[in-house]
Design a protein around this ligand. Structure first.
Ligand code: SF4
Ligand code: SF4
Length: 388
Protein backbone atom coordinates (compact mmCIF):
# COMPACT_ATOMS: atom_id res chain seq x y z
CA UNK A 1 0.00 0.00 0.00
CA UNK A 2 2.85 2.32 0.87
CA UNK A 3 4.51 1.79 -2.53
CA UNK A 4 1.34 2.96 -4.29
CA UNK A 5 1.79 6.36 -2.61
CA UNK A 6 5.22 6.93 -4.15
CA UNK A 7 3.90 8.82 -7.22
CA UNK A 8 2.48 11.40 -4.79
CA UNK A 9 5.92 12.24 -3.46
CA UNK A 10 8.16 14.85 -5.07
CA UNK A 11 11.92 14.61 -4.74
CA UNK A 12 14.32 17.56 -4.95
CA UNK A 13 18.10 17.39 -4.70
CA UNK A 14 20.53 20.27 -4.23
CA UNK A 15 24.02 19.55 -5.60
CA UNK A 16 26.58 21.83 -3.99
CA UNK A 17 30.28 22.34 -3.42
CA UNK A 18 31.38 20.86 -0.11
CA UNK A 19 32.03 23.36 2.69
CA UNK A 20 31.82 26.46 0.44
CA UNK A 21 28.12 26.00 -0.33
CA UNK A 22 27.09 23.75 2.55
CA UNK A 23 25.08 26.29 4.52
CA UNK A 24 23.49 27.58 1.34
CA UNK A 25 22.34 24.11 0.25
CA UNK A 26 21.16 23.20 3.74
CA UNK A 27 19.11 26.37 3.90
CA UNK A 28 17.51 25.72 0.49
CA UNK A 29 16.59 22.15 1.51
CA UNK A 30 15.02 23.33 4.75
CA UNK A 31 13.20 26.24 3.13
CA UNK A 32 11.62 23.96 0.52
CA UNK A 33 10.08 21.95 3.35
CA UNK A 34 8.88 25.02 5.27
CA UNK A 35 7.27 26.50 2.14
CA UNK A 36 5.64 23.16 1.32
CA UNK A 37 4.18 23.16 4.84
CA UNK A 38 2.53 26.50 4.07
CA UNK A 39 0.80 24.72 1.19
CA UNK A 40 -0.47 21.99 3.52
CA UNK A 41 2.16 19.43 2.52
CA UNK A 42 4.47 17.28 4.58
CA UNK A 43 8.17 17.03 3.92
CA UNK A 44 11.69 16.68 5.23
CA UNK A 45 15.21 17.40 4.04
CA UNK A 46 18.46 15.66 4.72
CA UNK A 47 22.11 15.56 3.68
CA UNK A 48 23.38 12.58 1.70
CA UNK A 49 24.82 10.16 4.22
CA UNK A 50 28.09 9.49 2.41
CA UNK A 51 29.04 13.19 2.14
CA UNK A 52 30.37 13.46 5.69
CA UNK A 53 33.11 14.44 6.21
CA UNK A 54 33.23 17.02 3.44
CA UNK A 55 36.27 18.51 1.73
CA UNK A 56 36.47 21.97 0.20
CA UNK A 57 34.74 22.01 -3.18
CA UNK A 58 33.85 18.31 -3.28
CA UNK A 59 30.45 17.63 -4.93
CA UNK A 60 27.90 17.00 -2.16
CA UNK A 61 24.13 16.87 -1.91
CA UNK A 62 21.14 17.82 0.19
CA UNK A 63 17.80 16.38 -0.75
CA UNK A 64 14.18 16.95 0.20
CA UNK A 65 10.88 15.18 -0.21
CA UNK A 66 7.49 16.91 -0.16
CA UNK A 67 4.11 15.29 -0.47
CA UNK A 68 0.45 15.41 0.38
CA UNK A 69 0.68 12.02 2.14
CA UNK A 70 0.75 11.91 5.94
CA UNK A 71 3.96 12.36 7.92
CA UNK A 72 3.89 8.69 8.95
CA UNK A 73 3.50 7.52 5.36
CA UNK A 74 6.26 9.81 4.11
CA UNK A 75 8.52 8.61 6.91
CA UNK A 76 7.78 4.98 6.02
CA UNK A 77 8.61 5.48 2.34
CA UNK A 78 11.50 7.95 2.43
CA UNK A 79 12.61 8.27 6.05
CA UNK A 80 15.63 5.97 5.97
CA UNK A 81 17.00 7.05 2.61
CA UNK A 82 20.68 7.89 2.52
CA UNK A 83 20.41 9.47 -0.94
CA UNK A 84 17.56 10.48 -3.17
CA UNK A 85 16.48 7.74 -5.59
CA UNK A 86 14.88 9.96 -8.23
CA UNK A 87 14.60 13.74 -8.48
CA UNK A 88 11.77 15.80 -9.93
CA UNK A 89 14.07 18.79 -9.65
CA UNK A 90 17.84 18.51 -9.38
CA UNK A 91 19.41 21.86 -8.42
CA UNK A 92 23.05 22.50 -9.36
CA UNK A 93 24.61 25.41 -7.47
CA UNK A 94 27.89 25.46 -9.43
CA UNK A 95 27.60 24.91 -13.18
CA UNK A 96 31.04 23.27 -13.43
CA UNK A 97 29.43 20.22 -11.83
CA UNK A 98 27.65 19.47 -15.13
CA UNK A 99 30.93 17.80 -16.14
CA UNK A 100 30.18 15.07 -13.62
CA UNK A 101 30.41 14.61 -9.89
CA UNK A 102 32.35 12.30 -7.65
CA UNK A 103 31.35 12.69 -3.99
CA UNK A 104 34.50 11.31 -2.41
CA UNK A 105 36.50 8.13 -2.38
CA UNK A 106 36.19 5.87 -5.37
CA UNK A 107 32.58 6.35 -6.44
CA UNK A 108 33.46 7.10 -10.04
CA UNK A 109 32.54 10.27 -11.90
CA UNK A 110 28.76 10.26 -12.21
CA UNK A 111 26.49 12.26 -14.50
CA UNK A 112 24.94 15.29 -12.83
CA UNK A 113 21.53 14.25 -14.21
CA UNK A 114 21.85 10.69 -12.89
CA UNK A 115 18.85 11.08 -10.56
CA UNK A 116 16.63 13.28 -12.74
CA UNK A 117 13.48 11.34 -13.57
CA UNK A 118 11.67 11.34 -16.92
CA UNK A 119 9.97 14.72 -17.30
CA UNK A 120 12.02 16.10 -14.38
CA UNK A 121 14.23 19.18 -14.46
CA UNK A 122 17.93 19.87 -14.04
CA UNK A 123 18.05 23.41 -12.63
CA UNK A 124 21.49 25.02 -13.02
CA UNK A 125 22.65 28.39 -11.68
CA UNK A 126 24.72 29.60 -14.61
CA UNK A 127 25.46 32.34 -17.07
CA UNK A 128 25.75 29.80 -19.86
CA UNK A 129 23.12 28.67 -22.35
CA UNK A 130 21.48 25.21 -22.04
CA UNK A 131 23.25 24.07 -25.24
CA UNK A 132 26.66 24.99 -23.78
CA UNK A 133 26.00 22.92 -20.66
CA UNK A 134 24.56 19.95 -22.56
CA UNK A 135 27.97 19.46 -24.23
CA UNK A 136 29.03 17.89 -20.92
CA UNK A 137 25.84 16.23 -19.62
CA UNK A 138 25.11 12.51 -20.07
CA UNK A 139 22.52 11.46 -22.61
CA UNK A 140 19.34 10.03 -21.04
CA UNK A 141 16.91 7.58 -22.67
CA UNK A 142 13.94 9.90 -21.99
CA UNK A 143 12.92 13.54 -22.22
CA UNK A 144 13.62 15.87 -19.33
CA UNK A 145 14.20 19.62 -18.96
CA UNK A 146 17.20 21.78 -18.32
CA UNK A 147 16.46 25.13 -16.66
CA UNK A 148 18.96 27.95 -16.26
CA UNK A 149 18.69 30.37 -13.37
CA UNK A 150 20.94 33.21 -14.55
CA UNK A 151 23.74 33.89 -12.06
CA UNK A 152 27.23 33.07 -10.79
CA UNK A 153 28.03 30.11 -8.61
CA UNK A 154 27.55 31.40 -5.11
CA UNK A 155 30.35 30.66 -2.71
CA UNK A 156 28.30 32.18 0.05
CA UNK A 157 28.91 29.36 2.42
CA UNK A 158 32.08 28.26 4.17
CA UNK A 159 31.27 27.91 7.83
CA UNK A 160 29.37 31.15 8.00
CA UNK A 161 26.43 32.05 5.84
CA UNK A 162 26.73 35.09 3.61
CA UNK A 163 23.45 35.91 1.96
CA UNK A 164 23.65 36.81 -1.73
CA UNK A 165 20.00 35.94 -2.54
CA UNK A 166 20.86 32.64 -4.25
CA UNK A 167 18.72 30.74 -1.74
CA UNK A 168 15.52 32.71 -2.32
CA UNK A 169 16.17 32.84 -6.08
CA UNK A 170 16.40 29.04 -6.19
CA UNK A 171 13.06 28.82 -4.34
CA UNK A 172 11.47 31.12 -6.96
CA UNK A 173 12.94 28.97 -9.75
CA UNK A 174 11.61 25.73 -8.25
CA UNK A 175 8.16 27.31 -7.96
CA UNK A 176 8.32 28.18 -11.67
CA UNK A 177 9.34 24.63 -12.59
CA UNK A 178 6.82 22.73 -10.50
CA UNK A 179 4.14 24.51 -8.43
CA UNK A 180 3.19 21.10 -7.02
CA UNK A 181 6.43 21.21 -5.03
CA UNK A 182 6.21 24.80 -3.83
CA UNK A 183 3.87 27.50 -5.07
CA UNK A 184 5.14 31.00 -5.85
CA UNK A 185 2.60 32.66 -3.54
CA UNK A 186 3.71 30.55 -0.62
CA UNK A 187 7.37 31.16 -1.46
CA UNK A 188 6.78 34.91 -1.42
CA UNK A 189 4.81 34.71 1.82
CA UNK A 190 7.52 32.63 3.47
CA UNK A 191 10.43 34.76 2.22
CA UNK A 192 8.72 38.00 3.29
CA UNK A 193 8.16 36.61 6.78
CA UNK A 194 11.53 34.92 7.27
CA UNK A 195 13.96 37.11 5.33
CA UNK A 196 12.09 40.41 4.87
CA UNK A 197 9.82 41.90 2.22
CA UNK A 198 12.82 43.32 0.35
CA UNK A 199 13.79 39.77 -0.72
CA UNK A 200 10.48 39.04 -2.43
CA UNK A 201 11.46 40.85 -5.63
CA UNK A 202 14.44 38.51 -6.04
CA UNK A 203 12.07 35.53 -5.78
CA UNK A 204 9.76 36.99 -8.41
CA UNK A 205 12.68 37.90 -10.73
CA UNK A 206 14.00 34.34 -10.57
CA UNK A 207 10.48 32.99 -11.19
CA UNK A 208 10.19 35.15 -14.31
CA UNK A 209 13.74 34.85 -15.64
CA UNK A 210 14.06 31.10 -15.81
CA UNK A 211 15.16 29.69 -19.17
CA UNK A 212 13.73 26.20 -19.71
CA UNK A 213 14.58 23.83 -22.54
CA UNK A 214 13.32 20.31 -23.12
CA UNK A 215 16.14 17.80 -23.58
CA UNK A 216 15.57 14.78 -25.82
CA UNK A 217 17.43 11.43 -25.84
CA UNK A 218 19.42 12.69 -28.83
CA UNK A 219 20.99 15.49 -26.74
CA UNK A 220 23.92 15.17 -24.36
CA UNK A 221 26.97 12.93 -24.57
CA UNK A 222 27.75 9.25 -24.17
CA UNK A 223 29.14 9.14 -20.65
CA UNK A 224 32.92 8.71 -20.91
CA UNK A 225 33.66 7.71 -17.31
CA UNK A 226 33.57 4.24 -15.91
CA UNK A 227 31.34 3.80 -12.85
CA UNK A 228 33.04 1.40 -10.41
CA UNK A 229 31.05 -1.61 -9.23
CA UNK A 230 31.37 -1.57 -5.47
CA UNK A 231 30.90 -4.91 -3.67
CA UNK A 232 27.58 -5.47 -1.90
CA UNK A 233 27.64 -6.19 1.81
CA UNK A 234 26.78 -9.85 1.20
CA UNK A 235 29.69 -10.24 -1.24
CA UNK A 236 32.38 -9.57 1.34
CA UNK A 237 34.21 -12.74 2.33
CA UNK A 238 35.65 -13.72 5.66
CA UNK A 239 39.31 -12.86 5.91
CA UNK A 240 39.24 -10.78 2.73
CA UNK A 241 42.54 -9.17 1.73
CA UNK A 242 42.22 -5.55 0.64
CA UNK A 243 44.95 -4.77 -1.91
CA UNK A 244 47.13 -1.79 -1.12
CA UNK A 245 46.28 1.38 -2.98
CA UNK A 246 48.22 1.81 -6.21
CA UNK A 247 50.46 4.87 -6.30
CA UNK A 248 51.47 7.02 -9.26
CA UNK A 249 55.05 7.70 -8.13
CA UNK A 250 57.08 6.57 -5.18
CA UNK A 251 58.09 9.90 -3.67
CA UNK A 252 57.48 13.56 -4.40
CA UNK A 253 59.49 16.44 -2.97
CA UNK A 254 57.62 16.24 0.32
CA UNK A 255 57.37 12.47 0.44
CA UNK A 256 53.98 12.51 -1.24
CA UNK A 257 52.66 10.03 -3.79
CA UNK A 258 49.35 10.04 -5.58
CA UNK A 259 46.54 7.56 -4.87
CA UNK A 260 45.55 6.44 -8.39
CA UNK A 261 41.90 5.82 -7.53
CA UNK A 262 41.22 9.03 -5.65
CA UNK A 263 40.40 11.30 -8.58
CA UNK A 264 39.10 14.63 -7.41
CA UNK A 265 38.80 16.38 -10.75
CA UNK A 266 35.08 17.05 -10.35
CA UNK A 267 35.90 19.24 -7.35
CA UNK A 268 37.11 22.08 -9.52
CA UNK A 269 35.30 25.07 -10.98
CA UNK A 270 38.54 26.49 -12.36
CA UNK A 271 41.63 24.75 -13.72
CA UNK A 272 45.24 25.93 -13.93
CA UNK A 273 46.48 26.69 -17.44
CA UNK A 274 50.27 26.66 -17.64
CA UNK A 275 52.42 28.67 -20.06
CA UNK A 276 55.34 26.24 -20.13
CA UNK A 277 57.44 28.68 -22.17
CA UNK A 278 57.41 31.12 -19.22
CA UNK A 279 58.22 28.50 -16.57
CA UNK A 280 61.53 29.03 -14.72
CA UNK A 281 61.48 25.49 -13.26
CA UNK A 282 61.39 26.74 -9.68
CA UNK A 283 59.49 23.58 -8.54
CA UNK A 284 57.05 25.55 -6.37
CA UNK A 285 53.87 24.29 -8.06
CA UNK A 286 55.09 20.69 -7.67
CA UNK A 287 55.97 21.19 -4.03
CA UNK A 288 52.94 23.20 -3.01
CA UNK A 289 50.09 21.41 -4.84
CA UNK A 290 48.09 19.83 -1.98
CA UNK A 291 46.79 17.07 -4.27
CA UNK A 292 50.03 15.99 -5.94
CA UNK A 293 48.80 16.86 -9.42
CA UNK A 294 52.09 17.91 -10.99
CA UNK A 295 54.29 15.35 -12.73
CA UNK A 296 57.95 16.24 -13.34
CA UNK A 297 58.81 15.90 -17.03
CA UNK A 298 62.15 14.88 -18.63
CA UNK A 299 62.81 18.49 -19.69
CA UNK A 300 62.44 19.84 -16.14
CA UNK A 301 58.90 21.22 -16.49
CA UNK A 302 55.81 20.18 -14.50
CA UNK A 303 52.83 18.63 -16.26
CA UNK A 304 49.36 18.91 -14.67
CA UNK A 305 47.15 15.85 -14.27
CA UNK A 306 43.68 17.39 -14.37
CA UNK A 307 41.85 14.25 -13.24
CA UNK A 308 43.35 14.81 -9.79
CA UNK A 309 43.29 18.63 -9.70
CA UNK A 310 40.76 20.14 -7.30
CA UNK A 311 41.13 23.67 -8.70
CA UNK A 312 42.28 25.12 -5.39
CA UNK A 313 44.43 27.75 -7.09
CA UNK A 314 47.47 27.21 -4.89
CA UNK A 315 49.81 26.62 -7.84
CA UNK A 316 48.71 29.87 -9.49
CA UNK A 317 49.23 31.67 -6.20
CA UNK A 318 52.77 30.41 -5.62
CA UNK A 319 54.06 30.56 -9.19
CA UNK A 320 56.50 33.50 -9.21
CA UNK A 321 56.17 34.23 -12.94
CA UNK A 322 53.47 36.60 -14.16
CA UNK A 323 50.84 34.87 -16.31
CA UNK A 324 52.63 31.50 -16.10
CA UNK A 325 49.79 29.72 -14.24
CA UNK A 326 46.28 31.17 -14.54
CA UNK A 327 43.04 29.69 -13.21
CA UNK A 328 40.42 29.39 -15.98
CA UNK A 329 36.69 28.45 -16.07
CA UNK A 330 36.52 24.65 -16.11
CA UNK A 331 33.68 24.67 -18.63
CA UNK A 332 36.05 25.98 -21.32
CA UNK A 333 37.68 22.53 -21.49
CA UNK A 334 36.30 19.29 -22.83
CA UNK A 335 39.05 16.85 -21.84
CA UNK A 336 41.77 16.18 -19.28
CA UNK A 337 44.62 15.57 -21.73
CA UNK A 338 48.18 16.38 -20.72
CA UNK A 339 48.96 20.03 -21.47
CA UNK A 340 52.69 19.33 -21.49
CA UNK A 341 52.32 16.76 -24.30
CA UNK A 342 50.36 19.30 -26.34
CA UNK A 343 53.12 21.85 -25.65
CA UNK A 344 55.86 19.45 -26.75
CA UNK A 345 54.00 18.58 -29.95
CA UNK A 346 53.67 22.18 -31.03
CA UNK A 347 54.77 24.89 -28.57
CA UNK A 348 53.46 27.85 -30.56
CA UNK A 349 50.01 26.43 -31.17
CA UNK A 350 49.79 25.32 -27.51
CA UNK A 351 50.54 28.87 -26.33
CA UNK A 352 47.96 30.27 -28.75
CA UNK A 353 45.41 27.74 -27.44
CA UNK A 354 46.30 28.53 -23.81
CA UNK A 355 45.86 32.28 -24.35
CA UNK A 356 42.52 31.74 -26.06
CA UNK A 357 41.32 29.64 -23.13
CA UNK A 358 42.59 32.22 -20.61
CA UNK A 359 40.87 35.09 -22.39
CA UNK A 360 41.32 38.51 -20.85
CA UNK A 361 39.48 38.10 -17.56
CA UNK A 362 41.45 37.13 -14.47
CA UNK A 363 39.61 36.01 -11.36
CA UNK A 364 41.21 37.67 -8.38
CA UNK A 365 39.27 36.16 -5.46
CA UNK A 366 38.11 32.81 -6.66
CA UNK A 367 37.58 31.29 -3.24
CA UNK A 368 35.12 32.85 -0.80
CA UNK A 369 33.96 36.42 -0.93
CA UNK A 370 30.22 36.03 -0.50
CA UNK A 371 29.91 38.61 -3.24
CA UNK A 372 30.33 36.40 -6.29
CA UNK A 373 33.43 36.37 -8.46
CA UNK A 374 35.62 39.40 -8.88
CA UNK A 375 37.54 39.84 -12.10
CA UNK A 376 40.11 42.16 -13.59
CA UNK A 377 40.95 42.53 -17.26
CA UNK A 378 44.40 42.14 -18.79
CA UNK A 379 45.13 43.95 -22.01
CA UNK A 380 47.79 42.01 -23.89
CA UNK A 381 49.00 38.41 -23.62
CA UNK A 382 52.71 37.86 -22.99
CA UNK A 383 54.30 36.94 -26.37
CA UNK A 384 55.57 33.36 -26.78
CA UNK A 385 59.17 32.73 -25.77
CA UNK A 386 59.50 29.88 -28.25
CA UNK A 387 59.47 29.68 -32.03
CA UNK A 388 57.61 27.24 -34.30
S1 SF4 B 1 44.78 24.11 -8.67
FE1 SF4 B 1 46.98 23.71 -8.78
S2 SF4 B 1 47.61 23.40 -6.65
FE2 SF4 B 1 45.38 23.18 -6.70
S3 SF4 B 1 45.01 20.99 -6.98
FE3 SF4 B 1 45.06 21.90 -9.04
S4 SF4 B 1 47.16 21.67 -9.72
FE4 SF4 B 1 47.15 21.37 -7.50
S1 SF4 C 1 55.62 27.45 -10.06
FE1 SF4 C 1 55.55 28.34 -12.13
S2 SF4 C 1 57.68 28.78 -12.63
FE2 SF4 C 1 57.73 27.41 -10.88
S3 SF4 C 1 57.90 25.34 -11.79
FE3 SF4 C 1 55.73 25.74 -11.51
S4 SF4 C 1 55.03 26.60 -13.46
FE4 SF4 C 1 57.27 26.74 -13.42
Amino acid sequence: MVASLEPLIKGIEVNYRGIFQKNLAKRIGGDIVYVAHLGGKTGFSNGRYSDAPERNGIPCKYFAYVSSVSEEELEAICGAKMDISQADVSVVLDDAMVKGVEPWGWHGIRPINEKVREGGTLLVVSKKKPEELLKFVARQPFNYNIAILPGDSSFAGLWVYKDDLTDVRVLGAIAAIDPDIIHIQQVEEYVAKKYGANRVQAVRDAYNSLIIKEVTPQEGIDWPHQIPELPKWHEFKEGIAVPAVERRFSLGPRGQSRNLHFKRGTTKSLRPVVRFDLCVKCTLCWIECPDECFDPTPDGLYDVHYEYCTGCGKCAEVCPVKECIIMVDELRFDNDASPWKAYKENPVSYIKWAEEKKGQERIIHQVVTGRGLEVKTVENPIPPKVKE
